[in-house]
Design a protein around this ligand. Structure first.
Ligand code: NAD
Length: 371
């Protein structure tokens, strides 16, 4: 891979390779953008088959974080870190502390968090070396389990979709097909059922389905039939790539809105949903509750404020619908445009003032060019 060409095409600011012989640490931090603020994004630990795979993953994921934070209205940029290794075998205190020191050396440009293959305990080790980490333990001012916030945000996004189609955000009497009754899905089912929704659900974990049936009167559906359920809203909360050539023609819903990451196998399926008259809530917009929640840690964590901040996903979705209508584009594309417009607008205002402010702070007078 030609690294400079690749990062220039995708717009990354900085890609850092860290190596620490004593602990066997090999990590890549990708900072896609700091135009809105420090780049925040999780640390993924994975036994990548090759260095190119690791680099591709971190470049792709860090860019996604720029869009996610920008749409969520956060003053944060996009970044991500990957640690090459097997999370079951290769973890140690020394490994994460070495990585913590490396992250500290970036001077606050990158803030890390939990992701696939890493845990709160790993974040605690990083926290011993740098404060540029969120998602630490609640006793250290951390925000705890993000999934109730992700679920709450997802429900806000669902309500915005209902309001758009039916003129009211009420879930009462509306039917939902929830794929996956795990940490997020389980909470989504609970919230919707409490407000009088009819729930269909499936999960490879039968206990989770049984619980939804018992506690919330949900109807169990075989795994593969979840796409064919005659429900108004399909809510993917399990897997990625579930909107694809096989499922788009089968869906009988009027709305797709769930928490799963990367729901569209490729963007064309977002357009295909639109062509079928199905309203799609872009995944990274409505599942941003976890990110919004964890970002509150940077200001001193407060649970109530976190819920309030996450509830803004409703208004964000309304703005997104406005952009889709204004530009006559599908909703998946409107999400991206919304992010790009915010970055451009804020950046245009900020740049000259920030520089002048910094000059004043340091007591320097800007030099004129002819000196
Ligand atoms: P989870 O592991 O707690 O739940 C996922 C559930 O899906 C599990 O119960 C699992 O058994 C089930 N499942 C797996 N394969 C399935 C299949 N083929 N059919 C039906 N069910 C299946 O994970 P989670 O934290 O609830 O996350 C769910 C989704 O939301 C993931 O895609 C995740 O990336 C995304 N997400 C989560 C958060 C968060 O805060 N947890 C934030 C943003 C995005």
């Amino acid at each position: 891979m030609n690294v400079f060409e690749t990062i220039a095409t995708r717009g990354h600011e900085q890609v850092v390779f860290f190596n620490h012989a004593d602990t066997g640490l090999k990590a890549i931090v990708a900072i896609h953008s700091t135009l809105l603020g420090p780049a925040l994004g999780g640390l993924r630990m994975w036994p990548y088959a090759s260095e190119d795979d690791a680099l591709n993953d971190v470049l792709r994921l860090s860019r996604g974080m720029t869009y996610k934070a920008a749409v969520a209205g956060l003053n944060l940029g996009g970044g991500k870190a990957v640690l090459i290794g097997d999370p079951k075998k290769d973890k140690s205190e020394a490994l994460f502390r070495a990585l913590g020191r490396f992250i500290g050396s970036l001077g606050g440009r990158y803030i890390t968090a939990e992701d696939v293959g890493t845990t709160v305990e790993d974040m605690e080790y990083i926290f011993q070396e740098t404060d540029r980490v969120v998602g630490v333990h609640p006793v250290h001012g951390g925000s705890g389990d993000p999934s109730p916030f992700t679920a709450f945000g997802t429900v806000q996004g669902i309500k915005a979709c209902l309001n758009k189609l039916y003129g009211a955000p009420n879930v009462s009497g509306i039917s939902f097909a929830v794929q996956g009754a795990g940490s997020v899905g389980g909470n989504v089912i609970k919230m919707l059922a409490k407000e009088g929704a009819k729930i269909f659900t499936c999960d490879i974990n039968e206990d989770r389905v049984a619980q939804a049936v018992e506690d919330y009167g949900a109807e169990a559906v075989p795994l593969e039939e979840i796409y064919d359920v005659d429900a108004k809203v399909f809510v993917p909360c399990a897997l990625g790539a579930v909107i694809n050539a096989d499922t788009v023609p089968r869906l009988r819903c009027e709305i797709v809105a769930g928490s799963s990451n990367n729901q569209l196998e490729s963007e064309q399926w977002g357009t295909a949903l639109e062509d079928r008259g199905i309203l799609y809530a872009p995944d990274y917009v409505i599942n941003a509750g976890g990110l919004i929640n964890v970002a509150i840690e940077l200001q001193g964590y407060n649970r109530e404020r976190a819920y309030q901040a996450v509830s803004s996903i409703y208004a964000i979705m309304e703005n997104l619908f406005r952009i889709a209508e204004r530009d006559q584009i599908p909703t998946w594309q409107a999400g991206n445009r919304m992010a790009e417009e915010r970055i451009r607008a804020i950046n245009t205002i900020r740049m000259p003032y920030t520089k002048r402010f910094k000059d004043r702070l340091s007591g320097r007078t800007p030099k004129t060019s002819h000196h």
